[in-house]
Design a protein around this ligand. Structure first.
Ligand SMILES: [Zn+2]
Length: 107
């Protein structure tokens, strides 16, 4: 087990973990449990959610995938987040299907 990314929030951590799993790198999110306790704790290192790979050998390529993903987010097309019609998950505009249930975006 090895941490490959410190996420700004649990949502970003989950998105990256799912992205890594889709790329064939088993990953999970750890930590971040103290988020809502007190605002000033938010930025203290160690309390932010981290994305971990289950196999240390995957860490180098996982880090490359994380960079790709963050780049993808920066290049995100203009648009509004959309809500999955199947499960109600709110998704970023650059996604065409729901990461949670694979539901397709409605035109
Ligand atoms: Zn969905």
């Amino acid at each position: 087990m090895k941490a490959v990314h410190e996420a700004i929030n649990l949502r970003e951590g989950n998105l990256i973990a799912v992205y890594l799993c889709e790329k064939g790198v088993p990953a999970e999110v750890r930590g971040g449990a103290h988020h809502s306790v007190r605002g000033e704790l938010y930025n203290i290192r160690g309390l932010l959610p981290e994305v971990w790979v289950l196999d240390d050998a995957d860490a180098p390529r996982a880090k490359a995938f994380v960079q790709d993903y963050l780049e993808l987010l920066r290049k995100a097309p203009e648009g509004e987040p959309w809500t999955c019609p199947a499960c109600g998950e709110v998704l970023e505009p650059q996604f065409q299907s729901c990461w949670k249930c694979q539901g397709e975006r409605q035109a």
